[in-house]
Design a binder for this molecule. Structure first.
Ligand code: URA
Length: 191
């Protein structure tokens, strides 16, 4: 089954109106992309202009950087990339708490479907979507989170931040992805 076929059957709703973002977006409910057997799930923020055009997450500049880093680390075939909010907020503003809550059942379905061994939280919105606060940095230790007892959670920078902050932060993000890969390998081989 292709990613799209599987995710469509598991609840992506192209007519979703759980929050009001459907009114302003041209592409409703953009689900993740990548391997359904992924060991690592990378969680961003929300679709932007490029994603609204392509209907796939992380296809703009931040996505290109993330793709490159995934390739450098050698995990590009073992990841599933998605957003906690599936519709583009107007003007690319941050998703509101209400929008994060409305979209959470979709994210939970994706996590149930993929059953990742590691969830990489890319930035503060990704953290908030799972009820986590605090600052993000490249040194945060992995932890477990209910209700996923077998899955490591690793917070880190959002790649859009790295585009602004420069090379060193992108290198640090690559190191975090490297650590995520090692965490997976400690538990099992790539499927
Ligand atoms: N594109 C996405 O799909 N998500 C982000 O968080 C940023 C850009």
């Amino acid at each position: 089954m292709s990613t799209n076929a599987a995710t469509e059957t598991l609840g992506r709703d192209p007519n979703c109106c759980r929050c009001s973002l459907w009114k302003s977006t041209i592409h409703i409910c953009i689900w993740g992309r990548g391997s359904l057997r992924a060991k690592i799930l990378e969680l961003g923020e929300a679709p932007g202009v490029a994603e609204e055009e392509t209907g796939k997450p992380f296809t703009g500049k931040a996505g290109q950087l993330l793709n490159r880093l995934n390739e450098i680390v050698g995990i590009e075939k073992h990841i599933y990339i998605t957003n906690p909010v599936k519709c583009r907020p107007p003007g690319n503003r941050k998703p509101s708490p209400k929008e994060l809550t409305a979209c959470l059942p979709y994210l939970k379905k994706e996590i149930e479907l993929i059953r990742p061994k590691v969830i990489v939280l890319l930035g503060r919105v990704a953290m908030k979507s799972l009820g986590l606060g605090g600052d993000v940095n490249a040194q945060t230790k992995p932890f477990w989170l209910e209700p996923w007892p077998d899955c490591w959670v690793v917070p880190t920078w959002h790649p859009a931040y790295c585009l602004r902050a420069g090379r060193e932060s992108a290198k640090e993000l690559a190191l975090v992805l490297q650590r995520a890969k090692k965490l997976v390998n400690r538990q099992s081989e790539w499927r």
